[in-house]
Design a protein around this ligand. Structure first.
Ligand code: UGB
Length: 616
């Protein structure tokens, strides 16, 4: 049995490194005997892809030998976690970097046009019917939360799913999502004779940056009521950073034996679902739908049943949930693209690409609003519904690898060097790019106030968005919850005072009554209207918290704070005049470091002066 050193030497003898390599990688050659045969073949791959710079600083054997081996352990991980290995990554990077330097437009030859899809109006008969159908479908759905992204733009150091969706109850996004899925599961399974045989699964894509803290949040809270087996965490690997147009791998500035890495983008979710076998498992279990959603959109589940109903009615292979989009808003636009060769596809065109594409194809003003006050292209909110069958067929062909892009920050117009290292990225909504023209790709437009208020921008950036465009901040995200709850109850016949306008962290926002309920109280508008009786009114200064499913509001007149807890067994009827000092909003300055981070980023805190609490 050859010793590792002998095998390395043998592997070395096979190493067809021509003189060029030896001269430029002499330090590697001196250290080859330290490496295992697999590591030697990885070294060969690096030399053959012109990565000799990685070894120039390597000292004589005997110094840093452990770090040298650790370097190849990381190379091996990067090689294994990328479809086609590092050699494919570097080759693809060179092609995309050349296109980027040449200013090649990825949409060359395509003409954009406004796509057609289903446009829903909250609460009308069409919406109500789709919603009820969607609840029937929910038991056959799996949910996938992409939560590997860091809150860089948000300037928040924790994991975003741990942020409070609203600070009236302090319920975090992850708890709200799980509460919502469990509420859908109960509502959907109550329609099945004898109940359901299985639970709705939730997969969460994490990354090195979010995995441990997401798992800890789940375990500390007993999975917020889900069984542990109902939740699967899939960790996406980061990808190697690139220092220049030749796709030279970037070394970590803090460690010359480590390759710098950054997230590859939420598009990884497709290859992870496929390679983990989870998608096959869901198909074998008879599931029909996979719903993808992102980490900080607290309104989302109010729109999911109806959009699932649209998917079922139209038998869409792909249904993108969309909202009316303001021109120049930092969200992608759903666009029909027709190629000169006849190919068509309906896909998301990212916000930084839409304007140049339009200007290059007969829209001289680029990305502008139409007479409706909104862009003609619906806004992508990264909430996709895919039909399991066609999805699995497609991934069998592609392995889940998604068309990538590169977005280097060049030093100057010569585009010859970067301000900082770049990397290949992919987006989950680019999945339809590889689909055949026969694929049934549609979208469902929802009211923004009902469906979409992500928390992405830190206060400074939020305060700078073009006037009239959404802030996408912690402030606007929380206020949107109260506005949506108020508008839903108004539609259900409750008299709700108009909001007042206040400024928090430099953002002027509408402050509606602080109304929030547990998802199980109302999974559909039909459900909610069945729990509103008589004449109810809620003043602007009020707070209403409904913590149970069997709560009925009847002839309630609220001017203060009312918290209703119900054990979901006996019905709790709440009415009459409730008047107290209530809970007030107090401004908190973003720079006030004495306040917790999750409070500073929204610019206010709630003072609980007086409330009435009813528990059955
Ligand atoms: N995410 C991951 O899980 N892994 C990653 O590597 C990166 C992100 P961002 P983005 O709805 O407002 C998207 O960064 O990508 C998760 C759409 O592209 O918050 O800039 C991350 O945790 C855009 O068309 O958003 O923009 C988060 O949950 C528009 O829809 C999610 O992916 C925009 O979202 C989104 O990542 C939006």
């Amino acid at each position: 049995m050859a010793t590792p050193a002998a095998s390395a030497a043998e592997e070395l003898s096979k190493l067809t490194i021509d003189a060029k390599w030896v001269s430029s990688a002499p330090n590697l050659k001196k250290n080859l005997h330290l490496l295992s045969p697999q590591q030697v073949s990885l070294a060969k791959m690096l030399l053959e892809t012109d990565q000799t710079h990685l070894f120039q600083h390597w000292p004589e054997p005997g110094t840093d030998d452990g770090e040298k081996r650790a370097f190849f352990d990381q190379i091996s991980r990067l090689n294994d976690s990328y479809p086609g290995g590092l050699i494919t990554y570097i080759k693809t990077a060179r092609e995309l970097l050349a296109d980027s330097k040449a200013g090649k437009n990825p949409f060359d030859g395509f003409t954009p046009s406004v796509p057609s899809g289903e446009v829903l109006k909250f609460g009308d008969d069409n919406f109500v019917q789709y919603e009820l159908n969607g609840i029937k479908e929910a038991k056959d759905a799996a949910f996938v939360l992409v939560a590997g992204g860091l809150g860089e733009r948000l300037g928040y150091n924790g994991i975003k799913v741990a942020l409070p969706r609203e600070t009236t109850t302090g319920t975090c996004f992850l708890q709200h999502y799980i509460d919502s899925i469990l509420a859908l599961q109960d509502a959907s399974c109550s329609l099945v004779e004898g109940g359901c045989q299985r639970k709705i699964p939730l997969a969460i894509m994490t990354s090195d940056d979010t995995h441990e803290r997401t798992l800890e949040l789940l375990e500390k809270n007993y999975y917020f009521g889900m069984t542990a087996s109902q939740v699967k965490l899939l960790k996406q690997e980061k990808v190697a950073c690139l220092d220049d147009n030749d796709a030279r791998l970037a070394l970590d500035p803090k460690n010359k034996y480590s390759i710098q890495t950054k997230p590859h983008g939420h598009g990884d979710v497709h290859s992870l679902l496929y390679s983990s076998g989870l998608l096959n498992e869901w198909r074998d279990a008879g599931l029909k739908w996979v719903l993808f959603f992102q980490d900080t959109n607290g309104l989302l589940f109010q729109a999911i049943p109806a959009s699932l109903g649209v998917s079922a009615a139209k038998q869409y292979d792909v249904n993108s949930l969309a909202v009316p989009r303001k021109a120049k808003e930092a969200i992608g636009g759903i666009t029909k693209l027709t190629h000169s060769d006849g190919r068509t596809m309906v896909i998301n065109v990212e916000y930084n690409q839409l304007d140049p594409l339009l200007r290059a194809t007969g829209y001289p003003d680029g990305d502008v609003n139409s007479e409706t006050g909104y862009s003609p292209f619906p806004g992508n909110i990264n909430q996709l519904i895919l039909a399991v069958g066609p999805y699995l067929e497609e991934l069998k062909k592609t392995g889940g690898s998604i068309k990538e892009f590169v977005n280097p920050k060049y030093k100057d117009s010569t585009k010859t060097s970067f301000k900082s290292s770049t990397r290949l990225e992919c987006m989950m909504q680019d999945y339809p790019k590889t689909l055949p023209p026969t694929a049934r790709v549609g979208f469902t437009v929802m009211d923004i106030w009902l469906a979409y208020a992500p928390v992405k921008n830190n206060p400074e950036d939020a305060a700078k968005v073009p006037k009239g465009n959404p802030y996408h901040s912690a402030t606007s995200g929380e206020m949107a919850i109260y506005r949506a709850s108020s508008l839903i109850l108004r539609k259900a016949g409750v008299k709700i005072d108009d909001p007042i306008t206040e400024v928090f962290n430099g953002q002027e926002v509408e402050v509606w009554p602080r109304i929030t309920w547990k998802p199980k109280w109302g999974v559909s508008f039909t459900d909610i209207t069945s729990k509103i009786k008589g004449n109810n009114s809620i003043s602007q200064k009020s707070t209403l918290v409904i913590n149970g499913s069997k709560v009925v509001l009847e002839d309630l007149s609220l001017n203060g704070t009312l918290v209703i807890n119900s054990n979901d067994v006996a019905e709790v009827k709440v009415g009459g005049v409730v008047e107290n000092k209530g809970w007030t909003l107090e401004k908190v300055d973003y720079k006030d470091t004495s306040a917790p981070e999750e409070i500073r980023i929204r610019g206010f805190k709630i003072n609980r002066i007086e409330q009435l609490e009813k528990t059955n």
